[in-house]
Design a protein around this ligand. Structure first.
Ligand code: ADP
Ligand code: MG
Length: 246
């Protein structure tokens, strides 16, 4: 296993190429993208350019056809699917575009879920009672009252509430990298700012990095760095973005 010294980059994407099975027209080529530990990076770009695909590669949900995706020095592109799942559970918190909550589970059940697949992350939180207390603390920090919603299944919560449950689930157990795909898309601007304040203050407390996708360029000043996906694409994507500039 790679040495995870303090100087190890949080993320290094190198010469990655990916194509979804059966989607001949779209190919993603990313020559280079990296993140330092604790960095908050906003990824922006028009829809259909491959932002969600890039997040799926960084999260190890899919493996690239070519290239390297190093997270904390571990090249997850070289791991099999189940090893990538285990690595993600231990080191990454992911907020998917559609949240992917367990529909019949409570908010607390959903927040606790990643811990069942991640022994080290679970050990950081503690025994079962400490896990439940931490889930409730995170839900409260994100503006939800866990007692008030305890009996409701996730599918019956509002979209804004589901978004907060998904964020608490990503944060529990202090993973080193939080990945979020348009997590504020369903929120109005006040709620959106409040949501980001809470996520940022949780991340600052743990030193974790954030890779977030948004189409909302107004969020840019709040991040350490903004990357426009079309500016970093190689191959056909690069010529597409050159045309867009011309
Ligand atoms: P963005 O997030 O920038 O809107 P996506 O990465 O979702 O872009 O989409 C890029 C291309 O990849 C599109 O052609 C889309 O249809 C395809 N795609 C995205 N996700 C999947 C998936 N899970 N299965 C198959 N094709 C996908
Ligand atoms: Mg997307």
């Amino acid at each position: 296993m790679a040495d995870r010294a303090a100087t190890t980059r949080l993320l290094e994407v190198e010469a990655v190429r990916y194509r979804w099975p059966g989607q001949g027209a779209f190919a993603l080529e990313v020559p280079r993208l990296s993140m330092e530990s604790g960095e908050r990076l906003l990824l922006i770009g028009p829809s259909g350019t491959g932002k969600s695909t890039l997040l799926a590669l960084v999260a190890g949900i899919v493996a690239p056809l070519e290239g390297h995706v190093r997270v904390l020095g571990e090249d997850i592109a070289r791991l099999g699917a189940s090893a990538r799942d285990r690595f993600r559970a231990e080191h990454m918190g992911v907020v998917f575009q559609m949240f992917n909550l367990l529909p019949y589970g409570s908010a607390v059940d959903n927040v606790l879920l990643p811990l069942s697949f991640a022994p080290k992350r679970r050990a950081r939180v503690g025994a079962r009672s400490a896990q439940e207390a931490e889930a409730r603390r995170l839900l409260e920090r994100l503006g939800l009252n866990p007692t008030a919603i305890a009996r409701r299944r996730a599918a019956d919560l509002s979209v804004g509430q589901q978004q907060r449950v998904a964020a608490a689930r990503a944060l529990i157990g202090r993973p080193e990298l939080m990945i979020a795909d348009e997590p504020t898309s369903a929120l109005d601007s006040d709620t959106r700012d409040q949501f980001l304040d809470l996520v940022f203050s949780e991340l600052a407390g743990t030193g974790a990095g954030l890779l977030m996708v948004s189409h909302d360029a107004a969020l840019a000043p709040r991040f350490d760095r903004v990357v426009r996906l079309t500016d970093i694409l190689g191959g056909a994507g690069a010529s597409r973005s050159a045309e867009a500039v011309a």
